[in-house]
Design a protein around this ligand. Sequence first.
Ligand code: SAM
Length: 275
Amino acid sequence: MSSRIKAHGIVPRKSLGQNFLADEATARRIVDAAEVGQDDLVLEIGPGAGALTKHLVKCAGWVVAIELDQTLIPALREELGEAQNVTIVHGDALKVDFVQLAQDAARMFGRPFQVTRFVANLPYYITSAAIRRILECGLSIASVVLTVQTEVAKRVTAQPPDMSLLAVSVQFYGRPDLLFRISPNQFYPQPGVESSILRITPHNRPPAIDAQKFFRVVKAGFSQPRKQLRNTLAAGLKITKSEAEAALRQSGIEPGRRAETLSLEEWKRLVVYLC
Ligand code: SAM
């Protein structure tokens, strides 16, 4: 497939995270992992020259492919041939309105979609921002299947005592699973690091707790790595240490613990006592 990229005259742009998938079997495996059905809407971020898109249009009801680099769009159109069930959007996935795009696609599809899914071989420089944007966009999403750096996939799926702000943020909205790894030689050009397929299955129920309050507390907790929660919460929330200690004890959390050791349930309890 690298020869296909070259045949289109594409010169990969590092600044846009352009490492194109160069292995046909891996592309199919990623699309299979997304379990796309004929009545499903798929929003794809960064279709590039269509390595995943050309498989997605065969199994989805409709595909909306959002690509920032306009110079790739002719190659993408050519790759997709006669496919009628696709909208190519030239835009920034960190700025476009996913809800509006989904509504427009539903009008063209002519009937409601069964479910909405996201699929992306993500440019690494927007990984965290894109995940957050997808999970907070307000659509009811059945699955998010992403190619990310293995390091990021491990951080997202971590459990106590190795939690991070990213792990808590993702797990607040859904269940992440690292599905399989992809070696650098399956991309053109080869990235310097190994990639993994990460699937996030959103909870799709309204959170029992206000997201803004939740993240204010969690961000305060993680504001000073490896420091005790009584100190990080006091500094981050501008409360006294004894107030922070009291809330921690009421939540059943020893005040000397570090943010990395707390489970999602413990964070939720803490937010109730602090807010
Ligand atoms: N999906 C293709 C594949 O697997 O071969 C390309 C993947 S490549 C890692 C990432 C793609 O995302 C590139 O085509 C790049 O131009 C595009 N991209 C980068 N930043 C973007 C953004 N903010 N919004 C949408 N697409 C973006």
